[in-house]
Design a protein around this ligand. Structure first.
Ligand code: PLP
Length: 228
């Protein structure tokens, strides 16, 4: 006997709907679809999701080409300068600007495509060396540089951070609290007159409720949605 199996769609609509209901209306859900198939992403699209996050530039480019063009694509991973070109024409937000040099390169690509690319500054808040991001001192050094204000084709819309991968909820909350503090300090010292500077991207499957409690405006959730 020969069966033709229906395509196996691996998304967890129950979790998706649950998350949508729990999120305060001001908090944006970025569905992290890295390594997920076109079919899975399409299924979530059909459930109404329009904002997706990816962490590999070439994979993102291929998915953009294969999927409906009203999807808002966010880039959330460590970005290498030579890969910016793949996403520069269409990316809606780069969450992971982790060096001044990268920001300058993004600006160059944005000029090439005649657009302004929205960006978040990623801060290193975790007690893990493997994670990327600015320290407070590095960020201040960049923001005080006269060349920084000459970058006309990027728009800094806020900051992003990842907490330590741990079961210690108190530690995670402290790290998110610190990120919120960084946001407020930058807002008052450097972006007071900039209405676009308003996002704090923090919270993933394991810690998004803690992140919301610490005033996250954007959560990046993958496994809760894409794994059964
Ligand atoms: C993979 C990833 C996420 C999503 O993680 P989950 O635990 O699957 O929700 C969020 N942010 C970044 C930067 C990621 O790489």
């Amino acid at each position: 006997m020969c069966f033709s199996l229906p395509l196996l769609i691996m998304i967890n609509l129950e979790h998706y709907n649950q998350i949508k209901e729990t999120l305060p209306s001001a908090v944006k859900l970025v569905a992290v679809s890295k390594m997920k198939s076109i079919e899975d992403i399409t299924a979530l699209y059909q459930a109404g999701q329009r904002c997706f996050g990816e962490n590999k530039a070439q994979e993102l480019k291929l998915k953009r080409e294969a999927l409906p063009h009203d999807i808002e694509w966010h880039f959330i991973g460590h970005l290498q300068s030579n890969k910016i070109k793949y996403i520069a024409p269409f990316v809606a937000l780069i969450h992971s600007i982790d060096s001044y040099n990268l920001l300058q390169e993004v600006n160059k690509q944005a000029i090439k495509y005649n657009r302004i690319i929205p960006c978040l500054l990623q801060f290193h808040i975790a007690q893990e060396d493997a994670k990327f991001g600015f320290s407070w001192e590095e960020a201040i050094e960049m923001l005080n540089d006269t060349q920084f204000s000459a970058l006309q084709n990027i728009e800094i819309q806020g900051i992003m951070g990842m907490a330590t991968f741990t079961d210690n909820q108190v530690q995670i909350s402290h790290e998110f609290h610190w990120l919120h503090h960084i946001f407020q300090q930058l807002k008052s010292d450097y972006f007071a007159s900039n209405e676009q500077f308003k996002e704090i991207s923090m919270g993933m499957t394991g810690d998004y409720l803690l992140a919301i409690a610490e005033k996250s405006t954007m959560v990046r959730i993958g496994s809760a949605i894409f794994e059964i």
